[in-house]
Write a protein that binds this ligand. Structure first.
Ligand code: HEM
Length: 405
């Protein structure tokens, strides 16, 4: 195998729009094929610090643009100890999402693999990828999601009642993170509100923080704290698996659509005489963890394609309608949810959650921005300065009956 795409997880956190491919290690092929232009920088460090610095100063896009200007749409670089390739544009997006996995296979940097687990969907290829993705989609496809909309709605109403009602000003960004986490905890993990949910929130923050740190595993580093958090998250999910299995054995839980873990546990392979679980416990742990990571809206694979003026004129103006008519743009130009066999399986889930929230915002609230200028940055994850404060007024408060406690 010659080129490995580093899936969005780590580097795409910090380099919107880009997919990095590990350069081939096959020496004989290297002799025959020239490497793309670009420098690899210092050993191990490569361009990592430059990228971090640019991101922190909110100049990540400029850094990438400059690199593309200097070396073209395909260039080599060295990030976090991995020799990599930066690809840009719809043709590159198409290549990444459609090419044969013998040419290009999904693989994340070793540090990300340690944090996210070897068996998460982003790591899997071929039959394993198809099997696990199929299991996940059996829960996330629109027909199945119909059964979850009610609970999503409850979580959103509960959230509005507890975090928005009675307030004059709220910070949108942290609250939206809280809401997303609670929806995922309810629908994916099947965890009730309470101490275990709160512990999981805390641990996930540590986990994500470590993914943005240099991967040095010493007792005092962010990376090592993140590894410890990952281990505890794994224990919590394993505990949930044990509890749900017991419930299922006692037939206390018959609805295998109640959450994703229960769904996974209810699925077996095709061997009718002697069926085995479709997913191992390790696969359940890794894939539930990766969902939480995915929903922290960290995939910016195509950021630079979306900012390409030749495809989307005036790209910095707020105009979501520009993505409505995808027939008018070249294929693989709208990449917010990826494409091809790795297209985001949570697309409908995210859409329903967004629409439900927007429904309540429009029908129950009026709001206006508190700051004249709401500065947007990346550090390296995207964020609004001061958390995007808004002033809210209720048109029609939710009744107590609306919220199921
Ligand atoms: C607005 C919210 C979301 C956005 C913008 C988003 C974006 C993306 C993108 C761009 C990819 C493909 C990345 C690549 O191939 O390099 C992806 C993959 C994925 N997403 Fe999402 N996602 C969102 C929400 C969700 C949700 C709610 C879930 C689950 C409930 C989810 C689960 C996944 C998984 C498991 C993958 C890996 C798919 C595979 O490798 O086959 N995402 N997402």
């Amino acid at each position: 195998m010659e080129l490995y795409p580093i899936y969005a997880t780590f580097l795409l956190l910090i380099i919107p729009t880009l997919v990095f491919l590990l350069l081939k290690r096959n020496n004989s092929m290297q002799k025959r094929l020239p490497l793309p232009p670009g420098s690899l920088g210092l050993p191990i460090i490569g361009q990592s610090l430059q990228i971090f610095r640019a991101m922190r100063a909110n100049r990540g896009e400029d850094w990438i643009r400059e690199r593309i200007r200097k070396y073209g749409a395909v260039s080599k670089l060295n990030v976090f100890g991995s020799r990599s390739v930066l690809l840009h544009g719809p043709a590159a997006n198409k290549f990444i999402y459609t090419c044969d996995e013998k040419v290009l296979s999904n693989q994340q940097p070793a540090s990300v693999r340690r944090l996210m687990g070897e068996r998460n969907l982003l790591e899997l290829n071929g039959e394993d990828h198809k099997r696990v993705r199929g299991a996940m989609l059996s829960f996330l496809k629109p027909e199945a999601l119909r059964q979850s909309v009610g609970r999503m709605d409850q979580e959103i109403r509960f959230h509005l009642k507890h975090h928005w009602h009675g307030k004059h000003e709220i910070l949108v960004m942290p609250l939206m993170k809280t809401l997303t986490f609670n929806v995922i905890c309810s629908l994916i993990f099947g965890i009730e509100r309470g101490i275990r949910r709160e512990r999981l929130v805390y641990l996930f923050e540590l986990l994500i923080d470590g993914m943005l740190a240099l991967p040095i595993n010493l007792p005092f580093t962010r990376f090592s704290r993140s590894l410890r958090a990952r281990s505890e998250i794994g224990d919590i999910i394993l505990e949930l698996i044990r509890e749900k299995r017991q419930q299922m054995e006692k037939q206390e839980t018959l609805d295998n659509h109640q959450d994703l873990i229960t769904r996974f546990l209810s699925m077996t392979d095709d061997d009718v005489a002697n069926p085995s679980p479709l997913l191992s416990d390790e696969e359940i742990v890794d894939n539930c963890s990766i969902i939480l990571f995915c929903t922290k809206q960290v995939f910016w694979t195509a950021f630079m394609t979306h900012m390409d003026e030749s495809i989307y004129p005036d790209p910095s103006t707020f105009n979501p309608a520009r993505f409505d008519n995808q027939g008018a743009t070249p294929p693989y130009s709208f990449m917010a949810f990826g494409g091809g066999p790795r297209m985001c399986p949570g697309y409908e889930f995210a859409r329903i959650e967004t629409l439900t929230m927007v429904h309540y915002l429009v029908t129950r609230f009026r709001w206006k921005l508190s700051l004249e200028e709401n500065l947007f940055g990346r550090a390296p994850l995207p964020f609004f300065h001061q958390g995007l404060p808004i002033q809210v007024k209720f048109k029609k408060p939710l009744d107590d009956d609306d919220v199921i406690m």
